[in-house]
Design a protein around this ligand. Sequence first.
Ligand SMILES: [Fe+2]
Ligand SMILES: [Fe+2]
Length: 332
Amino acid sequence: MINTAIDDKSPYTSGHCTRVPVLTMMLAEAVNQTNIGPLKDFTLTDKDRRELKLAGLLHDCGKITTPVHVVDKATKLETIFDRIHLVDAKLEILKRDAEIAMLREIAEAQSDVGRSETASKTYAGRIAQLDQDREFLRHCNVGGEAMSEEAQQRLLQIATYQWRDAEGNMCNFLSENELENLSIRAGTLTAAERGVINHHIDITIKMLDSLPWPAQLKNVTEYAGGHHERMDGKGYPRGLTREQMSVQARMMGIADIFEALTAKDRPYKKGKTLTESLTILGKFKLGGHIDPDLFDVFIREKVYLDYGKQFLSPEQIDEVDLSKIPGVNLGA
Ligand SMILES: [Fe+2]
Ligand SMILES: [Fe+2]
C-alpha cells in the first residue's frame, strides 16, 4: 500500500522499492546455498524469507515524506521546475543590454565610422561570450560529472555579471541560491537537500517502529533500518558497526547500493554497466562500507549476473573480468 503511494509520487523510487527486495532475496538465497567461507552456516527458513522480503519492500517507506523535487532532482537548478530557464531569461536581458549599449554608442558616434565599427565589434564579442556562458551554465546544471576547480572559478566570475532587476537595482547575475546549486561539485543535491534525502531513513525506522509486529516479523525494522549503515560505523542514521548489525541488514545495504548503481530509470543518471558497478562495490568492500563476506558471495555465486539478466538492458551486461574488480577474493 505504501509502495503504491510512492509509485504515484515517484515511479523511479517505486522501481527501486520493487527491485531491492528481489536482489536482497537473490543474495540471501546465494548465502543460504553457499557451503564455504565464513557464511557457510547461514540458513533461511520460510519465516526468515517472509520477514526479509517484507523488510526489503519497506526499506525506503520513509521516502513517502521526501519532497518529490528533492527525491527526483534531475538538475542542479531544479526546484519545483528547472530554474535554468530563469538563468536563460537573465542572459537574454544581458544581451539586450549589450545591444542597447551598442546602439547608443552608434547614435552618439553619428558620422564617426570608426567609433561605430568599434561598438559593433564590442557588441559581437559580448554576444559570443554570453552564448558561450549559456552553454557553460547549461553544462554545469546537468551535474553528470565532478566539477573542476577551473569551472568553479568561471562560474564565480559569471555570477558577478551585473543586471538591473524589476525594481531597478543592479544585482549579481546569479542569485546566491542559484550559485550555490550550480556550484555543487558532484551530483545535483546541495548539502541541505542531501540532509532531506537522508532523513527518509529516520522516517522509515519511525514508521516501522510504530507497527505492532507479530513475533515472526519482529526483525523487519532492524533489517530495513540498517541499509545506510556502514561496516566501519561511519554510516547513518545510527553509526552502527558490522558487529551491531544482522547479516540480513548488511545484505540489504549491498542490494540497495547495487540497485542504485545499475538503475537505468533515474532522471539524474544513466544505469552503469556490471563492470562499473562491481568496481564501485569492490571499492566499498575495501573501504569498510559494505560487508566483505557478503560481497564475496555476491561475486562467487554470480548474483550480479542473475540480477542483471532480469533487470538490466543488454548493453549494461558486459563481460566482467573479475581479476580487475577491486576486493575480489575468489579463493574463499
Ligand atoms: Fe534508503
Ligand atoms: Fe533504498
